[in-house]
Design a binder for this molecule. Structure first.
Ligand SMILES: [Zn+2]
Ligand SMILES: [Zn+2]
Length: 297
């Protein structure tokens, strides 16, 4: 029998003006603590971006409270079932930007952003020959799973995207561009910026990979590997067909694996993929040197 999924993980964002993010964050933290939620929420002048975990009742109460607030009455929660919390603590932090992009243009996705595609539309458009699929995430997220045929961006953080796109994609401004990210928020900004930059035909996967994986029609098809997530699960399955495969490679031996860990030596902290055999052998260290350094302390 399946273990009961009594918990849920919510993922959501909304671009909406919030006048005093500092005060909002303090009050919102109180609300989340009263509801016994755990997770990470960012608040800024441009809106809210969060992911929280709690029991079915707690998360339902949170969604109800949010939907009663005129600012968030249409807030779209992506819901995943879970066997427990996906976070250890509850943080609500005021920030300059919801996703750190640091470009000069004032990008407001409510005014301009790439065309929204449903999972089915995205699935179909991906298969058109002239479509260019750009992964709107970081390289380490791409490495354990991505859409088949998508370009791997050589970026370790979101703010590196403008330079990378200018260097690598400038000659494709007239092409059909498709972008995707985990829950959709990064694409809102990325596609807004690409339109500003002169790209003509830019579309984004609405609701992100998470929504794509839950869609009953596409069932995660054309997704290879797992989806990196920013909570304790680290990676979740997306492709729910027989085509599901492992595409990550063990950092030590190169065998297929998709389990990410950070090097046990905190001064190194290297994020790397490790297979069960190498986990046993290397004990969570990325190198013999790291192991030696750490265990001799
Ligand atoms: Zn290995
Ligand atoms: Zn190391």
């Amino acid at each position: 029998m399946d273990r009961q999924k009594l918990y849920r993980i919510l993922l959501y964002y909304k671009f909406v003006p919030i006048e005093d993010p500092e005060t909002f964050a303090k009050e919102h933290l109180k609300l989340c603590q009263q509801l016994d939620l755990k997770g990470r929420i960012l608040v800024s002048h441009e809106g809210i971006n969060g992911t929280v975990s709690g029991t079915v009742e707690q998360t339902q109460a949170y969604m109800d409270v949010m939907h009663q607030n005129p600012l968030f009455k249409d807030l779209w929660f992506k819901i995943d079932e879970s066997e427990g919390h996906a976070f250890k603590k509850m943080h609500v932090r005021p920030r300059e930007e919801l996703v750190t992009f640091r470009v000069d243009e004032d990008l407001d996705p409510n005014r301009k952003t790439g065309k929204y595609l449903t999972p089915k539309e995205f699935f179909e458009t991906m298969q058109q020959e002239d479509a260019i699929i750009i992964d709107g995430r970081n390289d380490y997220e791409y490495d354990i799973g991505h859409f088949r045929g998508a370009i791997r961006p050589e970026v370790q953080s979101f703010r590196e995207f403008p330079d990378w796109i200018r260097e690598n994609l400038s000659e494709h401004k007239d092409k059909k561009i498709l972008t995707y990210c985990t829950g959709g928020i990064r694409c809102e900004k990325l596609t807004a910026w690409m339109l500003e930059e002169g790209f003509q035909d830019v579309a984004q996967l609405h609701g992100g990979i998470v929504t794509y994986g839950q869609d009953e029609e596409v069932k995660g098809r054309l997704w290879d590997g797992k989806c990196y997530v920013f909570d304790e699960r680290i990676a979740v399955p997306i492709n729910r067909t027989s085509e599901d495969i492992v595409i990550g490679k063990c950092y030590h031996c190169g065998n297929p694996a998709d389990h990410y860990i950070n090097c046990l030596n905190e001064t190194c902290d290297r994020r790397h993929i490790v297979c069960p055999e190498c986990m046993e052998l290397h004990r969570g260290y990325c190198s013999a040197l790291c192991k030696e350094e750490h265990t001799s302390k």
